[in-house]
Design a protein around this ligand. Structure first.
Ligand SMILES: *[C@@H]1O[C@H](CO)[C@@H](O)[C@H](O)[C@H]1NC(C)=O
Ligand SMILES: *[C@@H]1O[C@H](CO)[C@@H](O)[C@H](O)[C@H]1NC(C)=O
Ligand SMILES: *[C@@H]1O[C@H](CO)[C@@H](O)[C@H](O)[C@H]1NC(C)=O
Ligand SMILES: *[C@@H]1O[C@H](CO)[C@@H](O)[C@H](O)[C@H]1NC(C)=O
Ligand SMILES: *[C@@H]1O[C@H](CO)[C@@H](O)[C@H](O)[C@H]1NC(C)=O
Ligand SMILES: [Cu+2]
Length: 331
């Protein structure tokens, strides 16, 4: 029998949301994975896109298990972007996706991240290994010569080549609302417009938004709200924009790199937090984009049909406590 005092301590700790995290999962950078580990992640990511949906029975455009995630992210768009919960919400979302890979597709690894700052500093974004046609996620979209809207520009190499998607719209209508059947597409761009042939000017792919010079500015902020605003508005947003195609609009979880991108955004937050108790509890800002309702760690986060209970922000502040138990290979 345990002495009463030890029992009391044990009960308290268990009451605090089973917050033991002894052996955190280590999320590695894509380049750190072995070829076998890369192939295993891609296998599981493809698998989730082939499983039938389990939510939203009344929404015909939701067809695959991945669509359950895409539809939720798109529908909640203004409730989870440019508001305080952007970072904890996407932390929860990436974790849910990793859990689905494990529980529904037998994935045995950890969610990898894509440190785009490495590619930015090398000034060679188009040749990032994440775009490799054999060991990565395929490259830029290519013109197909087809005339149907949504099928004029497709990703034609890699494991997701010529995948048909039902949520969002394909090229050249990616910024339209609503849904139409289209091929998975990308449109690399440097934000510099088109050349005389109508092709995107790639330039340096706006490395100034995500190279180490800019990341040093992000890490230098002393408060959550200042750090989170620049992290979302600059590197996060520009990575979506320079890949564009399905990575551009709020249906962006259609793009498999979404989860490696957001794991890196999450890593930046975790790295900024360190193991500093002040920063692990620093959460301020607004619940709404109009900036009228103050945010609190006690707020719940909207998830539509993705779960029975809404997650509470305070349980997603620390990657090594509560429902989370992971860390990153480079912090
Ligand atoms: C994708 O949709 C197009 C247009 O309906 C169709 O021609 C093509 O066979 C489909 N591809 C796959 C892999 O289902
Ligand atoms: C980051 O990009 C900016 C803009 O191109 C450039 O001035 C700066 O030198 C770059 N930093 C690094 C570390 O390459
Ligand atoms: C923890 O973070 C706070 C707020 O940014 C900072 O003032 C403090 O110096 C940090 N403490 C340590 C030990 O780094
Ligand atoms: C935010 O403000 C705009 C412009 O004042 C208004 O049209 C919109 O309804 C507001 N949104 C919410 C959710 O209050
Ligand atoms: C959250 O709620 C608890 C009680 O449930 C309260 O003690 C705490 O002050 C609240 N925190 C914030 C940041 O509002
Ligand atoms: Cu998002």
């Amino acid at each position: 029998m345990l002495p009463r005092s030890i029992l009391a301590v044990f009960t308290l700790a268990a009451g605090a949301a089973a917050s033991f995290c002894r052996n955190p999962t280590v999320r590695k950078e894509w380049r750190e994975l072995t070829t076998t580990e890369k192939a295993e992640y891609i296998r599981a990511a493809v698998c989730l896109r082939k499983l039938p949906k389990a939510r939203y029975p009344g929404i015909d455009a939701v067809t695959t298990r991945m669509d359950d995630l895409v539809y939720t992210h798109n529908t909640l768009n203004t409730d989870i972007h440019f508001v305080a919960n952007f970072l904890p919400w996407h932390r929860w979302f990436v974790q849910l996706h990793e859990y689905m890979l494990r529980s529904e597709c037998g994935f045995t690894g950890a969610q990898p991240y894509w440190d785009w700052t490495i590619d930015g500093d090398a000034r060679d974004m188009p040749n990032s290994p994440v775009f490799d046609p054999v060991t990565g996620f395929g490259g830029d979209g290519k013109r197909t010569g087809r005339s149907e809207r949504g099928f004029q520009r497709c990703v034609v190499d890699g494991p997701f080549a010529n995948t048909n998607l039902t949520l969002g719209n394909g090229w050249p209508d990616v910024n339209l609302d609503g849904n139409s059947l289209h091929c998975f597409t990308r449109e690399f761009n440097g934000g510099l417009g088109l050349d005389e042939n109508g092709d995107d000017i790639i330039g340096d792919m706006q490395v100034g938004a995500y190279n180490s010079t800019t990341m040093a500015r992000v890490y230098a902020f002393g408060t959550f709200s200042g750090m989170a605003d620049i992290l979302e508005g600059l590197p996060h947003a520009q990575i979506h924009s320079i890949i564009f195609g399905d990575m551009g609009p709020a249906t962006s979880p259609n793009e498999p790199l979404f989860f490696l991108h957001h794991a890196n955004v999450d890593r930046v937050w975790a790295k900024w937090q360190g193991r500093n108790a002040t920063r692990l509890a620093d959460y301020t800002g607004f619940q709404d984009q109009n900036r009228t309702i103050s945010a609190s760690m006690n707020n719940t986060m909207p998830i539509l049909e993705l779960g029975k209970t809404k997650p509470i922000v305070k349980n997603y502040m620390d990657t090594q406590a509560g429902p989370l138990c992971y860390t990153y290979s480079s912090m």
